[in-house]
Design a protein around this ligand. Structure first.
Ligand SMILES: *[C@@H]1O[C@H](CO)[C@@H](O)[C@H](O)[C@H]1NC(C)=O
Length: 998
């Protein structure tokens, strides 16, 4: 009886040829090479289609090469197949004529080796402009004076400026292209430069922008880039540089666009201009735009929201909830419904450092799936569920969008998009609430068209459920090895093929019911029951329909052909890892094993009968491994784990609870109590020797905005481009006050002193300029000698895009009551553009007294300083600088994320900067921003040696300032990653040439 039905079933299968006819689309390679090709559907690499699933990181925001492997392993373990990097022109080219690709993280080539080793393709985006919420969008300070024109055009002054950087970048990247044995497969020129049209509707081209793009394209080609060039439009509106849309010059090989449906900033008002005034959690339509602009190319989002940056004034800890796990779930699946087949998630890991722009502080956590602490949580796990599905949903790389609407589902609240592969007839039904912000629980049945005919699923009772902000991709005719899943109402997590037999993992939120039909298969054996209930089998036309209710954990079924199904709930799915034995970014099913339980699985290797797993965990963890039959023992991070084999062929064992915890590490850290202090602002005194400072004496400027008073007091044209700027103006006569208009960027501040005496401060708000008229009533004017007006300003980074040339400095300095300044002097970063700290790089320090003299550096001798702590602080205006040196000895075998936690009494107007071994890792302005936790990377911190922690504390008024600095332990896990690596070269010490920069 059974046999007959099985045979007739096979017969039906052979008749069920049901291929939809499809339009023929051209396959492009643009005459470059055959390694990378593309068409209407997707990218092809080495002849094989790949859904590009990329995550972004910035090495210059994580300037510790020894740490990069940790990030890239986590990116790979989340299921990404590609990583994308921005360059940063200013970081590599502090001074016109000198490039640095050698010192510290300026040499980033290790990234390409790691990408190869872990199995990630690479998208590289050198600039010259990157935006990236970096100062001047990545432009070096020297380019922003106005002397190079408006920038981002074909002005020869600007062209000559960027050419050496872009040439060198291309030469470096060329070595790592897929055509040269590396993993870089596409290369982006410029960034969000959607400027091809003066009038897009009338298609009137912008010839200057076109010339600029052509100059960059020829730089790339001339220097060995032979992979396709791409460009990302800032949104769907600009429609630039697509060969399908434009007959003008400047087109790139492959068009792409960026989109941030829930805003790139935690301040949602920044995005209403682009996104409109839409309700929170609104999804957008992309399909029509891509079919209009680039129909013969893959629909490619070169940036898609992975989080949002924290602006000054934004919520403490960022806006994680704006793009939490539910958001990941819905918005990434929505992109699939839009027939998108290439996505770069911005950011996968945001990082941190002292490279701010006026909107953001030193954190660039971005609420990304991998936090700036390097640790991961539910958002990462939810990203992984989607990514692991994408990896095995190989038929998704060639789909037509058949239809969409609310009639597929029995519940009209549900919008379904049907995508179908014209070759295999596999279909993907993306289901979501038609009103994406809906929080309703919506049960439904779904009409699908399969090789077993048209079905309404689930067939045997129960429903598919979307519980609020949730989306599900229901697959039909989904290939699992040589077999076919005719449908499943539970989502596919992964498929791993071992000993030639697939293990299929399906997941559902606990409490929901699932149903699937495997082509032509008889009743399976239920080999593990605990994670499911109500398991039922009902014969249908094409085999037995399995239905079940998912509970916490997993259950296992095995069918007669040897195929196994592991049915699991969301939290078990979160703890499921699919590492590969190969470093091919395609990560084929027959190269993977499945490891369940730990916090992280980085890598696996099989040696004879032993599988060695490297990864991280902390609590006591049940470990379960689905590996080939021959494997009978497990080592985890090199240590043997007692194991036994289950009935259904997996190995199980237990990882013992770590003896280390956040508390144990916290209690082992040295107290930050023994500080030394020195005056941080001696320049305020009239007698201060400023003879070595730069004369600010320009009487003309090329800046597009002329100052209100002369000499020109714009710092960039004197070679100082970031950090604090210090000005001294001299005058004689009987002025009664001064009017100062100082440009420091949004949330900047300044303080002024006359002849040693504090006369006032601008404490900052969102305005770029701070203008005040200050009285000299409380100061004493010299009648027989010159007076000195001292101004310290906090520079918050330079503005983005067209704002990059907006000056920093003093726009207007006018004496009130008569008289004129006779001279001005200026100082900033020691050495200016000469970058005397090439390892830490040009952005590591500004012009504070302590920075110029290197007090923030390891090895500076503070023996002559007094004892004093920042939590005592200053009782009046001025600035102090504090240092302490503390040893760390973090136990081996664990990964620890450390940070500093800052706090101060409310109501004070203070600006503090915290340095760790010479790196500025925290900017704290409590009346402006809410960030209090500042993670510090290993390598910046020496985990087995002395560490110099330093604090600049600037009190902006007579109320004074104080600051409590304490450690915070942001994560502790047993780990295969050793954060105690040797990296002395990243922490060069004080040298006596610093003494020249008083
Ligand atoms: C810039 O492009 C415009 C438009 O094609 C052209 O007229 C101009 O000569 C170009 N400038 C330079 C310096 O090449």
């Amino acid at each position: 009886m059974r046999l007959t039905s099985f045979l007739s079933c096979l017969l039906v299968q052979s008749l069920a040829v049901n291929v939809v006819s499809s339009k023929q689309w051209p396959l492009h390679d643009d005459g470059l090479n055959k390694v990378v090709e593309w068409d209407h559907y997707s990218f092809k690499i080495n002849g094989e289609r790949l859904f590009i699933w990329s995550g972004e990181m910035h090495y210059w925001r994580a300037p510790v090469p020894e740490m990069w492997i940790d990030i890239l392993q986590k990116v790979k373990a989340a299921g990404f197949n590609t990583i994308s990097f921005y360059g940063n022109w200013g970081y590599h080219n502090a001074k016109n004529g000198s490039l640095d690709f050698e010192n510290g993280a300026h040499n980033f080539e290790r990234l390409f080796e790691i990408a190869k080793e872990v199995g990630l393709y690479v998208l590289f985006r050198p600039g010259p402009y990157v935006n990236a919420e970096a100062t001047a969008g990545g432009f070096p300070g020297w380019v922003t004076t106005g002397a190079y024109g408006e920038l981002r055009n074909n002005d020869t002054r600007y062209t000559d400026a960027w050419t050496p950087y872009m040439d060198r970048m291309s030469q470096i990247i060329a070595k790592h292209q897929v055509t040269n044995g590396g993993n870089v497969f596409i290369y982006q020129i410029e960034n969000e430069f959607g400027n091809q049209w003066l009038d897009r509707v009338k298609k009137i081209p912008d010839l200057v922008a076109i010339d600029y793009m052509e100059l960059m394209e020829s730089s790339a080609r001339r220097n060995g880039i032979d992979v396709p060039l791409i460009h990302n439009n800032p949104n769907m509106n600009t429609k630039s540089w697509s060969k399908d849309y434009s007959n003008e010059g400047g087109n790139v090989d492959i068009y792409s666009a960026d989109h941030y449906p829930s805003c790139w900033s935690c301040d949602l008002t920044e995005c209403t201009g682009t996104n409109g005034n839409v309700p929170d959690f609104t999804t957008f339509e992309y399909y029509t735009s891509f079919q209009d602009v680039a129909p013969t190319q893959p629909s490619f989002l070169a940036e898609f929201q992975g989080g949002s940056y924290l602006p000054w004034g934004g919520p403490e800890g960022g806006c994680v909830n704006n793009t939490g796990p539910d958001w990941v779930n819905v918005f990434y699946r929505h992109n699939v419904a839009q027939k998108i087949t290439a996505v770069n998630v911005y950011m996968a890991f945001g990082g941190t450092t002292g490279i701010p722009f006026p909107g953001v502080g030193t954190s660039y956590d971005y609420s990304a799936p991998i936090s700036e602490t390097r640790f991961v949580g539910d958002k990462y796990s939810e990203t992984k569920l989607f990514a692991q599905f994408l990896r095995v949903a190989r038929d998704l790389t060639k789909v037509d969008r058949v239809n969409n609407g609310t009639t597929y589902a029995s519940n009209s609240a549900i919008m379904t998009t049907e995508l179908r592969n014209p070759d295999t007839n596999a279909a993907f039904y993306v289901t979501a609430h038609a009103f994406s912000p809906s929080t309703d629980r919506s049960p439904f049945k779904l009409d699908v068209s399969t090789s077993a005919g048209r079905l309404t699923i689930p067939q045997n009772g129960g429903n598919i459920v979307l519980n609020g902000r949730e989306s599900k991709i229901i697959v039909t005719d989904f290939s699992v090895g040589r077999e076919k899943l005719i449908y499943s109402t539970a989502e596919v997590l992964t498929v791993s093929i071992q000993d030639g037999k697939p293990v299929v993992f399906l997941w559902l939120p606990a409490g929901e019911s699932g149903e699937f039909l495997l082509d032509c298969i008889r009743i399976p054996l239920v080999l593990k029951k605990d994670g499911c209930s109500n398991i039922k089998f009902k014969q249908g036309r094409k085999g037995f329909v399995t239905s079940y209710t998912q509970s916490k954990g997993s259950c296992v079924l095995q069918f007669e052909t040897g195929i196994r199904f592991v049915l699991l709930d969301r939290s078990a799915a979160y703890d499921t890892w699919v590492p590969s034995l190969s470093n091919n970014p395609f990560t084929y099913e027959n190269t993977t094993v499945v490891v369940q339980g730990p916090y992280l699985v980085r890598n696996v290797a099989i040696e004879k009968k032993t599988i060695d797993i490297s990864g991280d965990w902390s609590e006591k963890t049940d470990l379960e491994v689905f590996a080939p039959k021959a494997v009978n023992s497990i080592t985890f991070n090199g240590k043997k784990v007692q194991t036994r084999k289950t009935l259904y062929g997996s190995l199980i064992g237990t990882l013992k609870a770590s003896t280390h915890s956040v508390d144990s590490v916290k209690s082992s850290l040295p107290a930050l109590t023994s500080w030394k202090v020195n005056d941080g602002l001696p320049e305020r005194k009239a007698a201060y020797d400023d003879s070595k400072w730069t004369d600010a004496d320009h009487t003309t400027t090329q800046n597009p905005t002329a100052p209100a008073t002369y000499p020109v007091l714009y710092s960039d044209e004197y070679g100082f481009h970031h950090g604090n700027l210090l000005w001294r103006g001299r005058f004689s006569g009987a002025a009664t006050g001064v009017y100062l208009d100082v440009i420091g960027g949004a949330f900047s501040g300044w303080s002024a002193y006359l002849n040693d005496k504090y006369i006032g401060s601008w404490v900052g708000n969102k305005d770029s300029n701070g203008a005040l008229e200050l009285s000299f009533a409380n100061a004493t004017l010299n009648t027989d000698s010159e007076n000195v007006l001292f101004v310290i300003q906090d520079h918050m980074g330079k503005d983005l895009r067209g704002g990059a040339t907006i000056a920093r400095g003093i726009y207007n300095a006018t004496l009130v009551g008569g008289g004129k300044f006779s001279s001005w002097k200026l100082t900033g970063t020691a050495g200016g553009e000469d970058n005397i700290d090439p390892v830490r790089g040009v952005y590591a320090e500004g012009g504070l007294h302590a920075e110029r003299l290197g007090w923030h550096l390891p090895g500076f001798n503070d023996a002559a300083w007094k004892k004093g702590t920042p939590d005592t602080g200053l009782s009046t205006d001025g600035a102090n600088f504090y240092r302490t040196v503390v040893p760390l000895d973090i136990p081996k075998g664990i990964d620890v994320s450390l940070g500093l936690k800052l706090s101060s009494p409310t109501g004070l107007h203070l600006r503090a900067q915290v340095y760790v071994n010479g790196y500025m890792f925290g900017k704290y302005i409590p009346h402006i921003g809410n960030q209090i936790t500042f993670p510090v990377f290993p390598g910046i911190l020496d985990y087995h040696g002395d560490n110099t922690i330093a604090v600049s504390l600037w009190a902006q008024d007579a109320a004074g300032a104080s600051l409590t600095v304490d450690w915070t332990v942001l994560g502790v896990v047993e780990s295969a990653f050793d954060p105690g690596f040797e990296a002395d070269y990243l922490r060069p010490g004080w040298t006596d040439n610093r003494s020249d920069y008083y």
